[in-house]
Design a protein. Structure first.
Length: 421
């Protein structure tokens, strides 16, 4: 039994090594990447949760409990995985899952939804303990995984361009500062000047303060769960598939694209534990986050790949702190213009997108047709059976390669270059 457990749970450098090396990896690049990821995760996504709570008629205390659960526990996941594995595996929650829950609360009471959150976490935990997810993710050919990542994250890059139409001064200032900084300075991460320039432009144009949320600081109010079969079918199963097929799959692909060997089984297990714990606190899930992992693992977090886990550590602290003071912090974060948040997040994705596209469609790579299908499906943002496009992109890409590219349908190799830890 002990041997089987060790086989499922990936080996790690350990907390002692992570803590020992952390101080020398804390620098302006790791910290700025962490701040950008935190602003992204604590702004628009939080508004989805707040809107769902308001539309469902939840009390302020229930809404704050929901935010506390997903942000505080998401921060703990970041700290645990980053310090144990010395990799930038970043925790948060499922943004598509929040949208799914928002729609479901029109049909189910909140106590039934809370019960379904817990059951979703149990599903994810069982899949992680079985080791099935790790075997499946390592079997899927790398070009297909990379194409899925490119399609899933491309909307952030196009969102940065789209912001030029809605807020040209803010988005333009951020974009110009990003590329000018990239050209003239190798020591300062370009996302930091982009954020500063965008903030200056936002203040100058009077755009700060347009999105304050209607939640004041109150103590969390926890909800006793109610377990029903209907909620299990309508919420638990789709939410579990979203966590595995969208968030964890994205994060795994991003880490592979950056040269890491991610602990897939441990990531799944912790996403299950986080789902159960968040459910008991009144939140829909705490799991690995695709976009935040992309920011913290990118070259914007530093050239030294072994040190980028420091960005996830800082991000985890910021997320946890946000969860503790969610009732007071949300209105402040929501006062930032959406164009600024979207532009900076999109700029931070450039390096990840380049790596994903190169690993999907580079010369001498197989599975090109399957990879293109995965890219197209992921870009489509289609949702079937309550499951978002990244999951279906992997399914479609593998099926196409299995039919017409059988000679090149090979398992994904374990990354070796740049492996952290």
């Amino acid at each position: 039994m002990e041997t089987q457990r060790r086989h499922i749970i990936e080996p790690a450098p350990g907390f002692r090594a992570g803590l020992r090396d952390l101080p020398r990896h804390l620098n302006v690049k790791t910290v700025s990447a962490a701040v950008v990821a935190a602003i992204f995760g604590c702004s628009g996504p939080a508004l989805i949760v707040i809107g769902a709570a308001n539309n469902a008629g939840l009390s302020n205390g229930q809404a704050v409990a929901w935010l506390f659960a997903i942000y505080f526990l998401g921060g703990l996941i970041s700290l645990f995985l980053a310090l144990r594995y010395k990799q930038p595996v970043t925790g948060a929650y499922s943004i598509p899952g929040a949208a799914l829950v928002a729609g479901s609360l029109a049909t189910f009471s909140f106590d039934q939804a809370v019960g379904s959150f817990i059951m979703a976490g149990v599903i994810v935990l069982l899949l992680g303990v079985s080791g099935l997810i790790g075997r499946v993710m390592r079997w899927i050919p790398m070009p297909i995984v990379m194409a899925m990542i490119a399609g899933a994250l491309m909307r952030f890059a196009t969102g940065a361009v789209g912001s030029l139409g809605t807020a040209p001064w803010i988005a333009g200032a951020a974009i110009v500062a990003f590329f000018v900084s990239m050209r003239w300075s190798k020591n300062v991460p370009p996302v930091l000047p982009a954020l500063v320039a965008g903030l200056v432009a936002a203040f100058a144009t009077g755009s700060i303060g347009g999105g304050a949320a209607e939640i004041s600081f109150v103590f969390p109010e926890f909800t006793a769960p109610a377990f029903t079969f209907d909620a299990f079918l309508a919420i638990s199963i789709p939410l579990a598939l979203l966590v595995i097929g969208a968030e964890n799959a994205q994060a795994t692909g991003v880490l592979m694209a950056e040269g890491y060997n991610p602990p897939i089984n441990m990531m799944t297990i912790l996403s299950g534990v986080g789902g159960i714990a968040a459910g008991f606190l009144g939140g829909h899930n705490a799991n690995i986050a695709g976009p935040m992992t992309a920011i913290c693992s990118s070259e914007q977090a530093g050239e030294d790949k072994e040190g980028r886990y420091a960005a996830t550590v800082v991000n985890g602290i910021l997320f946890g702190a946000f969860g503790l003071v969610a009732g007071a912090a949300v209105p402040v974060i929501m006062s930032l213009p959406g164009a600024l948040i979207g532009t900076v997040a999109g700029l931070a994705m450039i390096g990840v997108l380049l790596a994903a596209l190169q690993n999907a469609f580079g010369k001498n790579l197989g599975n090109q047709t399957g990879a293109f299908v995965a890219l197209a499906v992921s870009l489509s943002n289609i949702s079937l059976l309550g499951i978002s496009a990244p999951f279906w992109a992997l399914v479609a890409g593998v099926i196409v390669s299995a039919v017409i590219e059988t000679s090149s349908l090979q398992p994904s190799p374990k990354p070796s270059a740049g492996r952290a830890g």
